[in-house]
Write a protein that binds this ligand. Structure first.
Ligand code: WT7
Length: 653
């Protein structure tokens, strides 16, 4: 990135503002004064939030900061599973539903807090019988079924850090994570249901365990009852868990006891084992879940569509909602099985009031057409959330109008695996939102946009997003790679956490995320974000989805190449004429400088399983190179299809 921050100035001017309704404001969990209270004394603020948890021993010191190492609630002792479960049962909330589970084939299960607690206690006893004790690492490789959450909470209960590996990862990826964390046990299932059929998981575990490892046992949930190969180290979940005692008295652990490791990709091939500890993490996930999602545990039905294999599933399916005693929906399958209205059907069925999902799904819904959400009653919804990537204003507006019926506040939440919990987001009863902006840091958090010399930029300017004060749910390191921890996050700006994202402040000081800094293009010395061009393209009526890359250009340094999926069912110009229209549209939305050099119409885009577009691969296509490693794609064939489509288009020319 160069020093030129001016080019962002005129980009993407958004004038629409949305105020929460007075009804929403009056009942909101976070009221005016929340920010002032936190600003007055940040540590006292977090000290007070931690008091909402159940501690066996109170902490002596709120924060010990030895940059870049933080210890929060030093000397405190607590148990994560007690906070998520026992507390509610002990206080008379045992009959409340914790999960409405919906399997993809249509099987359902309702699990109350007291049932969930019993299952977790039995599973904890089973883990102990399998020789697991505090400090041992347990790998969890499962579909989205209740046992995934039960396994995580059982590990937490006995102080064994879990490492959840997303069920869509390959055997190789699983092995490298098992090795890196030196896991002693793997918890998996025979398989799960996805896109209308049963898939197998256990064979990938068998395959992984052909490598070097110290795994002693594999605990297997029977989900699909398909035929499953068996070894001596395998044990069926129902055979060991079901016969355990339903009593288990939880031991409390140090506030800084590791709760989990979660691997995330970095710039090198080796994933980073981000690890989180207990007291600070739980404090911030519970607080953010309460104020950002405005949870009313007695009446809300909350649904976060994330898989437990990602940080969103850890913080906003398992720990945050359960700590707050929420009732949630858990869905095993895909949004288009058996039909494209499945998510909306489930919202109507359970009367979901709070929906938290990702822009990629919102844009997919837009592409499918309004008739799917409109076929179901979505009036129970009162709050909508977005996470994972910048949400373009068009998708934001569609989410608000078509899903939220123009009545639900939208919280666009910025955070990372590393931050553990939400950092930048509107508070729904306070913030006047703008479509596409995550707005401001939540109370108790300090985030800034700075230039190359770490100086905060003025409103209307762009730069790097940094966090200049430690926060309770911050990562405590990269598992086993201390030097990498310092190098990756704390070296670009001395003593300051660098998130890797570009951002700008608009003229009112609201934060607009611009994507990873490596996605920021430089066209003739002007900085343009891929996100902004994508937003501009998607705001054209013919476009459903767009991905933009900066391709090397002899004249301008980089040239903008856009890959565009057209919307179904809308009449639009063809070929050259459409191309010109789209280029002009971008010029109109952002400026002539942002006009794509080339627009390629495609049917699909390469996405990772978490929905992120792999621009690196598109860049290979745009620069006419052999396409690089595509193994982390959700659909490994996408790149072939794109190349074939482009070639056949060339043939026609
Ligand atoms: C990266 C973190 C946080 C859970 C899911 C992803 C991007 C995340 C937003 C948002 C713009 C966002 C950032 C961030 N990101 N949320 N609301 N607006 N960008 O977790 O895999 O650790 O990815 O996702 O680039 O750095 P993750």
């Amino acid at each position: 990135m160069n020093q030129d921050h001016e080019s962002l100035e005129n980009l993407l001017s958004e004038n629409r503002h949305f105020l929460p309704s007075s009804e929403f404001v009056m009942q909101a969990n976070a009221q005016h004064g929340e920010y002032a209270y936190a600003n007055m004394d940040r540590l006292a603020f977090w000290d007070n939030q931690a008091c909402d948890l159940k501690w066996e021993r109170k902490w002596d010191t709120v924060l010990e900061w030895n940059s870049p190492y933080a210890k929060w609630f030093v000397g405190g002792k607590l148990n994560a599973s007690v906070n998520a479960l026992d507390r509610h049962v002990d206080e008379g909330r045992g009959d409340r539903v914790a999960f409405h589970f919906e399997g993809e084939p249509g099987d359902t299960k309702t699990i109350t807090y007291s049932q969930l607690l019993t299952e977790v206690k039995k599973t904890a006893n089973a883990l102990i019988e399998l020789g697991i004790s505090a400090g041992d690492r347990v790998a969890i490789y499962m579909p989205m079924i209740p046992e995934a959450a039960i396994a995580m909470l059982a590990c937490a209960r006995i102080g064994a850090p879990h490492s959840v590996v997303f069920g869509g990862f390959s055997a190789d990826a699983l092995l490298s994570r098992i090795q890196d964390a030196d896991a002693k046990l793997v918890i998996t299932s025979d398989g799960g249901f996805r896109k209308g059929s049963a898939f197998a998981l256990k064979p990938a575990v068998d395959e992984a365990l052909k490598g070097q490892h110290n795994v002693e046992k594999v605990l297997v949930v029977a989900r699909t009852h398909q035929e499953t190969a068996w070894t001596d180290r395998d044990i069926w979940w129902h055979e060991i868990v079901d016969r355990q005692s339903p009593d288990h008295v939880a031991e409390s652990f140090d506030a800084e006891h590791p709760l989990f490791i979660l691997y995330t990709s970095g710039t090198t091939a080796k994933p980073k084992g981000i690890f989180h500890t207990t007291g600070g993490y739980l404090t911030q996930v519970a607080y953010t879940h309460k104020v950002v999602f405005d949870i009313k545990p007695e009446t809300d039905v909350y649904w976060c569509t994330a898989d437990v294999g990602w940080i969103t599933g850890h913080s906003y399916v398992v720990y945050g909602p359960l700590m707050n005693g929420a009732t949630q929906v858990m869905y095993e399958g895909t949004p288009d099985t058996p039909h494209k209205g499945r998510i909306f059907e489930i919202i109507a069925k359970y009367g979901v009031t709070i929906l938290y999902t990702a822009p990629t799904l919102i844009r997919t819904w837009m592409k499918w057409g309004d008739e799917f959400p409109q076929a179901h009653n979505l009036e129970s919804l009162r709050l909508l959330g977005s996470v994972g990537e910048p949400i373009n204003p068009e998708a934001w507006m569609w989410y608000r109008e078509i899903i939220g019926g123009n009545r639900c506040p939208i919280v666009d939440t910025w955070w990372q695996t590393e931050t553990g919990a939400i950092m930048i987001s509107p508070l729904p009863g306070i913030t006047v939102t703008k479509p596409g902006s995550a707005m401001r840091p939540i109370p108790g958090i300090s985030a800034k946009v700075v230039d190359d010399s770490a100086t905060p930029v003025a409103d209307g300017h762009g730069g790097y997003l940094i966090l200049d004060q430690p926060w309770p749910s911050m990562l405590r390191g990269i598992w086993g790679e201390d030097a990498r921890y310092k190098e990756t996050y704390w070296s670009r700006f001395e003593g300051i956490y660098f998130a890797g994202d570009g951002a700008k402040l608009d003229d009112e000081g609201a934060i607009w995320l611009l994507g990873r800094v490596d996605d920021v293009m430089n066209i003739s010395g002007h900085r343009i974000s891929t996100t902004e061009v994508e937003s501009a393209l998607v705001s054209h009526e013919a476009v459903a989805e767009a991905a933009v890359v900066g391709a090397t250009d002899a004249m301008t340094g980089q040239g903008i190449v856009a890959f565009v999926i057209l919307r179904a069912g809308i009449a639009h110009a063809d070929g050259e004429e459409l191309n010109t229209q789209l280029r002009n549209h971008v010029a109109k939305e952002i400026g002539a400088i942002a006009k794509p050099r080339q627009i390629l119409i495609v049917n699909e885009l390469p996405k990772t399983r978490s929905g992120k577009i792999m621009r690196r691969l598109l860049k290979d296509v745009a620069e006419d190179r052999v396409v690089g490693d595509a193994t982390t794609l959700a659909d490994p064939n996408v790149m072939k299809k794109i190349a074939e489509g482009l070639n056949s288009a060339k043939d026609e020319d």
